[in-house]
Design a protein around this ligand. Structure first.
Ligand SMILES: Nc1nc(=O)c2c([nH]1)NC[C@@H]1CN(c3ccc(C(=O)N[C@@H](CCC(=O)O)C(=O)O)cc3)C=[N+]21
Length: 297
């Protein structure tokens, strides 16, 4: 039987576990604050922002939001960032990607105060992670690690094939999984659009993480029996539904499920974990800035 890993359930447990830490902070007189910044009106980004606000409410994190006009000059976004860096009620914030084409996301990230960088994208935080001294683990890779842990899937000595080399998922996840630690110790292969014979790499894997942003790129024919399959893809494809679209992963679920020992669905897999780990990083940011020790799950 293939185990369907329930990301909504694991994310809900993490939110529960975070409430203790949030109470500890409240007792010390501070409430963690998370802000989202959205430049432009990408509909997917708007959905995520709304979901994050609901998550915050549920656990007792104060949520803030800043909209920047999609046609505004980059400086307007930089000003919003400077304001958030100065705002003592905001312990963490993220600038929703993608930003409009006339803005360079790297220039944006460099302006975020690293202690408030709950995405973990600032070069200082990337460097710390690579050096094995992560301050904020990027939310999606961290969520993948927590999902594996929740399903009792040990990564030690395992062959993990990551499909996708993004700065947000593939690269940081590869770095975390090769680290000498209980949630690392894996042998990692990172594949991408120029990889020769992708199927040979996925067939060799004990664990496949699909994070390429290509709908249904990985199917059952590319997997050996017993593989653990983690689907990071959240692709909106046009469909005849109420919303006019359907959410499709980077894995062809039905055929992959026939081979997998465990698999994450889309929706309801990695997505909710990404949001839960954002709350986690926000609590950690508040703990660091307020100098109040907390127990994190
Ligand atoms: N600075 C920045 N940080 C991010 O972390 C970031 C970003 N930009 N840009 C876009 C991606 C994507 N992302 C998702 C988060 C949650 C779900 C999620 O909760 N998905 C639900 C359902 C979503 C739905 O129904 O549309 C699920 O998979 O079950 C999906 C995708 C965060 N990202």
């Amino acid at each position: 039987m293939t185990e369907i890993i329930d990301g909504n359930a694991v994310a809900s447990e993490i939110r529960d576990d975070l409430t203790d830490a949030i109470e500890t902070l409240a007792d010390a007189g501070s409430r963690p604050g998370l802000a989202t910044v959205l430049m432009g009106d990408d509909p997917a980004s708007q959905t995520y922002v709304n979901m994050k606000q609901r998550d915050c409410e549920e656990v007792g994190i104060e949520s803030h939001h800043v909209d920047v006009d999609g046609d505004a000059p980059p400086e307007e976004l930089y000003d919003a960032i400077a304001d958030l860096n100065d705002d003592s009620e905001v312990h963490g914030y993220i600038v929703q990607a993608p930003v409009p084409d006339h803005v360079d996301y790297r220039d944006v990230i460099r302006r975020v105060d690293p202690i408030k960088d709950v995405d973990g994208f600032h070069p200082e935080n990337v460097g710390r992670l690579v050096a094995g001294d992560a301050r904020f683990r990027p939310c999606t890779p961290h969520g993948v690690q927590k999902l594996l842990e929740s399903a009792n899937i040990d990564t030690e000595g395992k062959d993990v094939t990551i499909v996708g080399r993004s700065d947000i998922v593939g690269k940081p996840l590869a770095n975390l999984l090769i680290q000498k630690s209980d949630d690392g110790n894996a042998t990692v292969t990172v594949c991408h659009s120029r990889t020769d014979d992708l199927a040979a790499k996925t067939r060799n894997a004990d664990i496949v993480v699909a994070a390429a942003g290509v709908p249904e790129l990985v199917d059952g024919s590319m997997l050996e029996d017993g593989t653990v399959v983690i689907d990071v893809g959240v692709n909106r494809v046009d469909a005849d539904t109420d919303k006019g679209y359907e959410l499709v992963g980077d894995v062809e679920f039905e055929s992959a499920k026939e081979k997998a020992s465990a698999i994450t669905p889309v929706p309801g897999g990695v997505g909710p974990m990404t949001r839960a780990m954002l709350l986690y990083n926000t609590v950690k940011a508040a703990s660091l800035q307020e100098d109040v020790a907390v127990d994190l799950p």
